[in-house]
Design a protein around this ligand. Structure first.
Ligand code: ADP
Length: 202
């Protein structure tokens, strides 16, 4: 299976791009959804996380309190690295299984923290979505109802733009309107279909 890792900073347009690929018939896998699945109540990672962070991390419905967890790791690199190491093998395993079961031409995997989690090797190709920081901030403020300061904080906590661009196979600059974004995805769909055929028959 031909697997493309889709990444970019918060608010760059990853989910929108993923949706367009879906409309072209691609299988789309979201790493955040995989992380949720492997940490659901009763899953092995669920218990590991409680053993590490304590029972205070359990929400009233018995599931993990993801907001609390996000807050802890946002302010603490060591804890973030611990959590990543805890989740990474399970996510990788599930990702492989899902990608192999796909019947589409290729698979798009939306991984917001692809470079931060050093997941480059999991993919045949890496697509980076980029937009000016000013757009990122405006779009995230509108979407997530957060202030500019918080939006800026999240952006600076992620790997820098140059690193992403240097390690991309394909780049979409999402500074124009949605229609032009859709057109860029259309062109990449043609490319990825060809590359997937090539991989399958060579
Ligand atoms: P990400 O998944 O990278 O965080 P999203 O795809 O959710 O980003 O985009 C963030 C917000 O910006 C969404 O509300 C989306 O509809 C909007 N958006 C994305 N691209 C554009 C664009 N080119 N023009 C206007 N709004 C956009």
């Amino acid at each position: 299976m031909f697997i493309i890792g889709l990444t970019g900073g918060i608010g760059s347009g990853k989910s929108t791009v993923a949706r367009f690929f879906l409309q072209h018939g691609a299988t789309v896998i979201e790493s955040d959804v995989l992380a949720k699945e492997i940490t659901a109540k009763g899953q092995p990672a669920y218990q590991h996380i409680i053993d590490h962070f304590g029972k205070a991390i359990i929400a009233s419905n018995g599931e993990l309190d993801r907001g609390k967890l996000r807050k802890i790791i946002f302010n603490d690199t060591t804890e973030r690295q611990w959590l990543e190491a805890c989740l990474h093998p399970g996510i990788k395993h599930l990702l492989k299984a899902r990608a192999q079961a796909a019947t589409s031409e290729y698979v798009i995997v939306d991984v917001p923290l692809l470079f931060e989690a050093k997941m480059e090797k999991e993919f045949d190709r890496i697509l980076v979505i980029d937009t000016k920081e000013i757009n990122q901030i405006a779009r995230v403020m509108a979407r997530d109802k957060i202030d500019a300061k918080t939006a800026r904080q999240i952006i600076t906590s992620q790997v820098n733009l140059q690193y992403r661009l240097d390690n991309a196979d394909d780049i979409i600059i999402n500074d124009a309107d949605i229609d032009s974004l859709e057109e860029k995805v259309e062109n990449l769909d043609i490319l990825y279909t060809k590359l997937a055929h090539h991989k399958r028959y060579n």
